[in-house]
Write a protein that binds this ligand. Sequence first.
Ligand code: C5P
Length: 224
Amino acid sequence: FDGAPLAGRHVLVTAGPTHEPIDPVRYIANRSSGKQGFAIAAAAAAAGARVTLVAGPVELATPPGVTRVDVQTARDMAAAVRENLPADIAIMAAAVADWRTRDVAESKMKKRGDAPPALELAENPDILATLGASDARPGLLIGFAAETDDVVENAQAKRARKKADWIIANDVSGGVGQSVMGGAHNTIHLVTEDGVEDWPQMPKEEVAMRLVERIALALENDDD
Ligand code: C5P
């Protein structure tokens, strides 16, 4: 970056999946490598920001200059986000599990030969929507929308419902193992109050750099 366009700013990023335990050996999770969120944290730090990265369980190295907080569950992630406010910019890239099991079995559940166990689910907190409605709402609040159908329409609805400023929509159709998840590239649509920008497919690091440039520009215009 030219200079340090995010110097003096605190950027809070969530990344990776959350793991919701069923018993000591099993969990519920979404597919997520954490690569896009980690790349965003790295780019924000390279742009001079103070960066807090709240990471679910992933196998990725902490980018230079980034303060990392590791969490397992959605509720842990929500607490870590809350504890690390205020932030000037929040980018919620984590693939948070929507549900957890209502109760966690203390011992490993056994196969018994009769009917498989039924899991009773409870809803997890929506971290992005909570921030959107919070007194401590960051000045620029950015969410992701991983969709397989009606990508942009769903992202626009999500932007309104969760009171985010921007939603980064990415098409994750293509089937298990064929998709963006875990891959090195991403094709995104940036949904703002002004409309939709379709970005060409590019490496996740490049998505991150361009996003940070867009953020710096938005803050600059804000300060005028
Ligand atoms: O899961 P969904 O498609 O609604 O996620 C959209 C955005 O909301 C993402 O930015 C995701 O990180 C965020 N989210 C969240 N907490 C949840 C579910 C989603 O912060 N429980």
